[in-house]
Design a protein around this ligand. Structure first.
Ligand code: SAH
Length: 394
């Protein structure tokens, strides 16, 4: 068995670990062995010397992110097992073998037993983002595990950790760890998208909205649809393909709008009545016509940390109130929040406050969330970040 440096917890702090919560806060630590450094793989013990868990140490508020609640003797094996089990799940839910969808999330951090790591699969290219120095140092193990699991299907691995680790001590650069840039064309429910993981936001496509984009298609036939914060046009492509009468796509990023245009054309939908607006959504909603049948509100995370939570909730309220003022009766609003620090009840509270302000009759038709390739550990409710409501507004 290899010797990993030890972290000893205070007496009353072991219970959270026994309940399989994957984070250890710095305040729970009694002693660190002197040889523990940022990024080290460590073992966590009680004061009495009982083994609790193994994980990656990082000085900071969350000091250890747990990868295993059983002693680990071979890290290569641990990574292989995690990737195998993640792949098995995606196969079981029909994603890894689908001929209509060839992009999905393979590793969703805590939800797949690899806290601090995201891996998205884009038709042969795996795009990884490590959110900690220690996880980034494990990248060769990840690449080896991906090679074993995917074999010749794996054409490239792009490490995009530089974008998220630029403020840390890590020497992370965005680069290919294997292979080189591929065409970037993927299929999602049969719709074609070109994904630019190098220039795009996150890993290139917001894969977490796949099922919700599909859900939208049930409401749009012959309707006038407004897709706000459209990014590369995901909801717009689905809406046009589902026979919307007219679609307006709004984003403040010129690049995003260029991708939207490309993706609409790639699906041979350019003949549709589709307008693209480069604008701030809050401004757009002030001046646009009030005749939309369906409005999609999918803003970026308004709050990155707890300190910004109140402001974020107020922004959700403002945005939803603006949409309620512009949707026809009866109309449909798909409203989302991807801020992890805003829990579902607070998000719904903000939407309710906006509804009250509008004075309209508003019913909840559906509660939306992140799909099965973005699983969360039941012991780590913080992992649920995407919340959405389908509302009927009269
Ligand atoms: N709905 C998209 C993902 C949205 S990501 C999808 O399904 O793929 C959020 C988008 O909001 C980004 O493209 C970003 O450029 C845009 N954005 C952020 N703030 C904005 C604002 N105030 N007005 C308009 N667009 C904004």
């Amino acid at each position: 068995m290899p010797e990993f440096p030890r972290v000893i917890l205070r007496n009353n702090k072991a219970d959270a670990v026994r309940r399989f919560h994957p984070w250890i806060f710095s305040g729970a630590i009694k002693t660190l062995e002197p040889n523990v450094h940022d990024g080290d793989f460590v073992e966590v013990y009680t004061e009495k010397g009982e083994y609790l868990a193994s994980g990656i140490y990082n000085s900071g508020n969350i000091a250890v992110k747990i990868l295993s609640f059983q002693p680990v003797d071979d890290l290569d094996q641990l990574f292989l097992e995690r990737v195998q089990s993640a792949y098995f799940l995606r196969k079981q839910i029909g994603l890894a073998t689908s001929n209509q969808t060839n992009c999905y999330r393979l590793i969703n951090a805590e939800g797949d037993g690899l806290p601090g790591l995201i891996v998205d699969w884009y038709n042969g290219t795996a795009v990884m983002q490590a959110y900690s120095v220690g996880m980034h140092e494990q990248r060769d193990r990840l690449v080896n595990a991906l090679k074993t699991v995917y074999g010749s299907q794996l054409q490239a691995v792009y490490d995009k950790s530089g974008t998220v680790l630029h403020k840390s001590k890590a020497q992370a650069e965005n680069q290919y760890l294997l292979g080189k840039r591929t065409s970037g064309e993927v299929l999602e429910y049969g719709h074609r998208f070109v994904v630019d993981w190098e220039e795009g936001q996150k890993t290139g496509l917001f894969l977490d909205q796949r099922e919700n984009r599909e859900r939208l298609t049930h409401y749009v036939e012959d309707k006038k649809v407004l897709n706000t914060f459209c990014y590369s046009g995901g909801f717009s492509v689905y809406a046009i393909a589902a026979q919307a009468r007219c679609v307006h796509s709004v984003d403040s990023s010129a690049k995003a709008l260029e991708w939207t245009r490309q993706n609409v054309a790639l699906n041979h939908l350019e003949a549709a009545d589709h307008e693209i607006y480069a604008a701030d959504v809050f401004d757009f909603l002030k001046t646009c016509d009030a005749d939309y049948d369906v409005i999609v509100l999918d803003p970026p995370a308004f709050a990155k940390g707890l300190s910004a939570r109140h402001q974020a909730v107020m922004a959700y309220k403002r945005l939803n109130a603006q949409a309620f003022a512009k949707v026809r009766s009866p109309g449909i609003v798909f409203t989302f929040s991807c801020s992890q620090v805003v829990p579902p009840d607070q998000f719904q509270g903000a939407v309710t406050a906006a509804a009250i302000e509008s004075g309209r009759r508003i019913r909840v038709l559906d509660h939306l969330t992140q799909p099965a390739d973005h699983p969360t550990s039941i012991y780590h409710p913080e992992g649920l970040y995407l919340k959405g409501l389908v509302l009927m507004v009269e």
